[in-house]
Design a binder for this molecule. Structure first.
Ligand SMILES: [Zn+2]
Length: 276
């Protein structure tokens, strides 16, 4: 699944590759897939996209929007899979869930492996969509300051109890983060996945904030995670520290064996010594 860094990399690449291209023909999938969420019929999608010009791409959490001017916006959300640019004259995927041909012969395709939204909105209407409407500050925005983060934890503590992993992965409290990135953030902050938020020291709040910002920055700088591909089909350069490949191996910091545990709907990988 794409998480915030991969979407950010895709948006940057779209902005340098696709901006200004004119849509010759837009089509929805040729491969039935009941977990792809469309909001348009194929003929409607084709009619509304034809002749539109690609504008700015931007990211909000796990949602990537691409302006189709005038007046529309293509929205990808909560996807795993591939969003690929195809230069003119190169082969297109046999199966896809969305394909846009541009008038210079190049194309954009999207194919999801699990689920995801591929929707077309009148610009602005996407802000009313469930999961986007009311979205909290994304951790790559300037508004994501330590003061914001500290207040957010105080606010959450007034409600239900949460652990460190729950803060990072549940209910999009920190939009765009997911289980993959959360493991490395928690390791960098030296905080265990189960540690209750209520027991965080002021220093741990600082450490977790810094780990979120630094880890995201590093993954984006490296072009995303190495198990996801970018707009050009190239894997990212970021190799996760804490994942299935590191379970049972020594912690890079202290040498203690890295453990795996099922917790909150997914596997956690952590160092029992470093992460208190
Ligand atoms: Zn360790």
């Amino acid at each position: 699944m794409f998480e915030l860094p991969e979407y950010t990399v895709l948006a940057k690449q779209i902005n340098t590759t696709l901006t200004g291209k004119t849509v010759k023909a837009g089509s929805l999938g040729n491969s039935p897939h009941k977990f792809v969420w469309y909001n348009r019929k194929p003929e409607e999608f084709a009619q509304l996209t034809k002749g539109k010009v690609v504008g700015l791409a931007r990211v909000q959490g796990r949602w990537l929007s691409i302006a189709l001017e005038p007046g529309y916006l293509l929205l990808f959300g909560e996807c795993g899979g591939k969003i690929l640019f195809h230069p003119a004259g190169t082969p297109l995927p046999v199966k896809y869930h969305l394909l846009i041909h541009f008038d210079d012969g190049s194309a954009l395709s999207a194919t999801t492996q699990m689920w995801g939204a591929m929707e077309l909105y009148e610009a602005g209407q996407e802000q009313e969509r469930q999961y986007i409407k009311g979205m909290r500050v994304t951790p790559v925005e300037p508004a994501f300051t330590f003061e914001y983060f500290n207040n957010l934890i105080d606010e959450i503590l007034k409600g239900e109890k949460r652990s460190a992993k729950s803060l990072l992965t549940q209910d999009q409290i920190l939009p765009g983060l997911g289980n993959s990135i959360a493991q490395d953030i928690l390791f960098q902050a030296r905080i265990g996945p189960r540690r209750p938020l209520a027991e965080f020291t002021p220093g741990q709040r600082r450490d977790l904030y810094a780990a979120i910002v630094d880890t995201l920055h590093e993954i984006i700088q490296m072009g995303g995670r190495n198990d996801e591909t970018d707009l050009f089909g190239q894997p990212g350069g970021y190799v996760r520290l804490m994942d299935s490949a590191s379970a049972g191996k020594p912690c890079p910091e202290c040498g203690t064996t890295i453990q795996k545990m099922q917790y909150l709907g997914g596997a956690c990988y952590f160092c029992p010594k470093c992460q208190g």
